[in-house]
Write a protein that binds this ligand. Sequence first.
Ligand code: BES
Ligand code: ZN
Ligand code: ZN
Length: 487
Amino acid sequence: MRITAKDSSKALTSTPLLAVLAAEGEAPALPRGVKLPAAAEKDFSGKARSDRMADATAGPAERVLLLGIGKEPGAEELRRAAARAVKAAKKLGLSSLRIQCTAAAAKAWGGASAAGQALAEGAGMGAYVYTGGKSKPKKSALKQCVLAGPDAKFRAGVRDGAALAEANVFARDLQNMAGNQMTPRDLAAAARKLSTRSPRISCRVMDEAAMKKMKMGLLLGVSRGSVEPARLIHLVYRPKGKAKRKVALVGKGLTFDAGGISLKPSAKMDEMRYDMSGSAAVLGAFHALAKLDVPVEVHGVVPTSENLADGMATKPGDIHTAMDGTTVEILNTDAEGRLILGDALCYVRKRIKPDTAIDLATLTGAVVVGLGHEISGMYTTTDNLRDRLTAAGETTGEAVWPLPLLDAHKRNLRGGPADLRNINVPNIGGGSIAGAQFLHHFIGDEIEWSHLDIAGTAWGAESRDYVGGRGGTGVGTRLLMQYLKSL
Ligand code: BES
Ligand code: ZN
Ligand code: ZN
């Protein structure tokens, strides 16, 4: 489906479906000539997510969908409404639709640029269905979504929103692919392909021999139990002018996490194909960076591996040595994300030396218990980064919530035969915090850093019309782009 922007002041050309958003208590602003049956307008309250479809009685639109966006609607209501319009058009088998936004509405809904962006994001994300597993995927009849709005700002917003939606669904495709269709080598190929989309993006992929040279014993220790070789992906985006800052984005790329010798239970084990969602968020951000300029140098680092249990696999109690020389006792082979990220963070600290590093990982079941599926756990070493990410979460609808990084939790990882253990001693709780503390050891204190535990939000979220319900959510991509834009 193509998303295009049009000038809403021009006369409406014929369309099979016209979608008109209206806030609660306001009459829907129908374009000149469009008439609806009296009952349709009477039924419609504008309450959030209460919509009314009607056949037009006059004018160039065959049907009109009135979309309720509630009192004082923000970007999230616009995203949701645009997604419902697109879904309604699909359900009817239509080939196109038009979503209407007047100048007054754009102003009331956060400004023309923000309204255009939110509508395009919602339309683009709402149109997504994963078909990668089918031999003959059903083709959608819907080819075009026209977003009609007031001015050049609106149209620029639409362009950005469409690029962000494409990046989100790109990330969701990576997530949704089956474990055997998206292996570490496949993920590396996807990253390489991204670098061909823009001359500003370059990509280097390191194999296990290169990891051995760099002494990445933790990453190699996870990969030992699998026939599929691990990879370390390093993407770079260089901005047009002089870079204001250098930021590293790091994503956990476990293309399948069976737990290793500390094997997971079989129920829902298939969901562990989503254990590369952190890497999908990072690759998604680079997908967007090919289209949208930011004034920062961005590095994307993805350690990617499977976590299986063959005869070579790491055993509980084994000790491996990280790139920075830290020895780690692997008490539970299922706490593998922090291991591959540990070496990746050493690589970031030693080779990239960014001003800021942000990692995203489906790291712990504990964060799902604590925060559920709608909010990601956020750890930060500075208040500045906490505030920026919180603001980015509010703008994008990808909420984050701060969790503590206190010395009180640090000592729980010490005390075994090695420098560190990879888990807390059992039954003391704070599982998500333990994961964050483990990672903190490897990035150190010199680089501003945040860890986002996205185990709850990467999939399994409730449906928000444009995302959620079944399948991956692509969480993180839009959040990271919003953060980069804020710098
Ligand atoms: N990938 C899992 C975390 C996970 C669990 C994500 C459930 C999404 C849903 C991670 O590698 C893991 O297994 N973590 C363990 C850590 C424990 C052994 C300390 C966990 O959370 O159970
Ligand atoms: Zn695990
Ligand atoms: Zn995992």
